[in-house]
Design a protein around this ligand. Sequence first.
Ligand code: FES
Length: 273
Amino acid sequence: MYKIVGKRRLNSTITWLEIEAPLVARKARPGQFIILRTDEYGERIPLTMAGHNAEKGTIDIIYQAVGKTTLLLDQFEVGDALADVVGPLGKPTEMEGLKRVAVVGGGTGNALAYPIAKGMHDAGIEVDMIAGFQTKDVVILEEEFRAGTTNLYITTDDGSYGEKGFTTDKLKALIEAGNPYDEVVAVGPPVMMKFVCQLTKKYGIKTVVSLTAYMVDGTGMCGGCRVVIGGENKFACVDGPEFDGQLVDWDELIQRNSFYKEQEKEDITHVCR
Ligand code: FES
């Protein structure tokens, strides 16, 4: 069993959990994820690790309570235990040869961007973090980003905190100001990642995206997490989750991610009853 040893609310729907999982913690690296089940009958959901502590034998996850399983997970408290935690899964973030990187996070995607940005900064890479949110009330991880990156730029769509505008506006301004990025990393809603990639393509900057897809086994066997990269089928669980964003078929991904929307709504009504 995987005991919860820490729980912290980051905003009204996003929560940070620290979970005992010593074998996973020992091998975990930035960019990797786990698959968990809350109980033996639960569905398997993938969640990126926000951090890990090999000495303590713990991993951190950050989730938004929006679907059936994350709403159930939200009912767990410190001392409760999860049925399964499998990982670390996926390929770690590639950092070799990088000196200066911009990491762009959008909304909940900032929770996934955080371990990548911090991992790069810890490895000696200069990291400009652009964290975008809809409004001030949903801003998360500000302190952590400030401590774990070189420069932090917060944007809000409505201008209620940080700079008013989209992450792509800030990224464009930083590129045009002459910041010599070796790479841009984008994590957030597919539409945001698509626009980041369209922007960086114009400037010839390689852009890596972390894709969240439906997953079942997490081992490349079921095909549930198929994504199309450069015209070829790849599996986010074993070939990713990070890919060259300029090769992603975004329209196919966006359509596929909306495939189970009706079933998800139905499942949520059962949890909320
Ligand atoms: Fe089954 Fe990736 S989750 S192939």
